[in-house]
Ligand binder design. Structure first.
Ligand code: MTE
Ligand code: MO
Length: 372
């Protein structure tokens, strides 16, 4: 069993798949803290977790012909300026189960918890690439990452991002060795992972073994044959993966974490809580909440860290204290977020449904009963 060496996990996690391990925190724990505690940070593994020795670990950075290739130990990485930022990581499949309910899709049944937030610290990728002699001359090039996890045929997890993002110091792409002040937990990439602020989780390659600059995107399955969006009209007989761009920056997202679907709430007042986030460093400027399925709206209060313009890498938590209209037996609670480009979430799943169930960001609904 290639998974027998996987780490022990927190019992509160809701497991979607044991081998490979995929699990999310329950909603009420997810928004209990602005920073997600490491043991309940959602985990998305495609393969067994490698057991890497920090003493012998080396990161291979391929240099350009006029530069030099680097073989970096952990200690070598510590010599680069240490950069620490708060970043929310979201899987492209977050909230996939809502797409499945509309029409069958292929993928893990994530609810609203395939998203979490941490303080990440490490070397900036642009500093490491510069040390190897890379410059931003080839504007169409890509930085390819390879993990040290692999399948029985020896194929490693891989992904890529455009060189322009990697070389932009303002984009703050990290080779992270710390998560919330601790060495990375094994499930989250020990000893080194990529953190690409504002970009889909799939590009944040864990157990990083190799970095190279290539004229084309990574040839990895997960770059070319997965993590792409399609029209609702496309099915498995007609899908052409080469026709769609790989997902990089994610669209605006929000979800309700309290109360939970099917719960009974007291009459009088109800407290509604959730999270909101947008990709590409776009800040969340507003969250609207409805108690009547979207007929009337109230504005929620935004909590958590202030967001920097164009560098809003982390989510806002939000809440609303609302009075329950007298005589109501049921509430259809809805939330939707707006980002600083005035992007909004679609109201229903139908127009964004896609065969892989990615980019699921329709208005989030929670149905509750009101205690008599
Ligand atoms: N990196 C490697 N090496 N192997 C993987 O399976 N999964 C990716 C990404 N990096 C993956 C990986 C996906 S799809 C996501 S959503 C994030 O890691 C999840 O990161 P987390 O498990 O730390 O939450
Ligand atoms: Mo993912």
């Amino acid at each position: 069993d290639p998974y027998s060496d996987d780490p022990v996990r927190h019992p509160a996690l809701k497991v979607n798949s044991q081998r490979p391990f995929n699990a999310e925190p329950p909603p009420e724990l997810l928004t209990e803290n602005y920073i997600t505690p490491n043991p309940i940070f959602f985990t998305r593994n495609h393969l067994p977790v490698p057991n890497l020795d920090p003493e012998t670990y080396r990161l291979h950075v391929v240099g350009p012909p006029e530069g030099q290739s680097l073989s970096l130990s952990l200690n070598d990485l510590y010599q680069f300026p240490k950069h620490e930022i708060t970043v929310t990581l979201q899987c492209a499949g977050n909230r996939r189960s809502e797409m499945t309910r509309f029409k069958e899709v292929k993928g893990l049944e994530w609810n609203t918890g395939a998203i979490s937030t941490a303080r990440w610290a490490g070397a900036r990728l642009c500093d490491v690439l510069a040390k190897a002699g890379h410059q931003l001359c080839e504007t169409e090039a890509h930085v390819c990452f390879e993990g040290l996890d692999s399948d029985p045929t020896g194929t490693a997890y891989g992904a890529s991002i455009p060189l322009a993002r990697a070389m932009d110091p303002e984009a703050e792409v990290l080779l992270a060795y710390e998560m919330n002040g601790q060495p990375l937990p094994r499930d989250h990439g020990f000893p080194v992972r990529v953190v690409v602020p504002g970009v889909v989780g799939a590009r944040h390659v864990k157990w990083l073994g190799k970095v190279s600059v290539e004229p084309e995107e990574s040839y990895s399955h997960w770059q070319r044959r997965d993590y792409k969006g399609f029209s609702p009209s496309v099915d498995w007989d007609t899908v052409d993966f080469d026709s769609a761009p790989s997902i990089q920056e994610l669209p605006v997202q929000s979800a309700i974490t309290e109360p939970k679907d099917g719960e009974t709430v007291q009459s009088g007042e109800v407290t509604i809580k959730g999270y909101a986030w947008s990709g590409g460093g776009r800040a969340v400027v507003r969250v609207d909440v409805s108690l009547d399925g979207g007929l009337t709206w109230q504005v929620a209060e935004l909590d958590g860290e202030e967001q920097r313009p164009r560098k809003a890498w982390a989510w806002r938590l939000w809440q609303l204290q609302a009075s329950v209209p007298a005589g109501k037996k049921e509430l259809n609670i809805v939330c939707k977020a707006v980002d600083d480009s005035y992007n909004v979430q679609p109201d229903t799943v139908a127009p964004i449904w896609n065969l892989r169930g990615v980019l699921s960001n329709a208005w989030h609904h929670v149905h509750v009963r009101v205690a008599p």
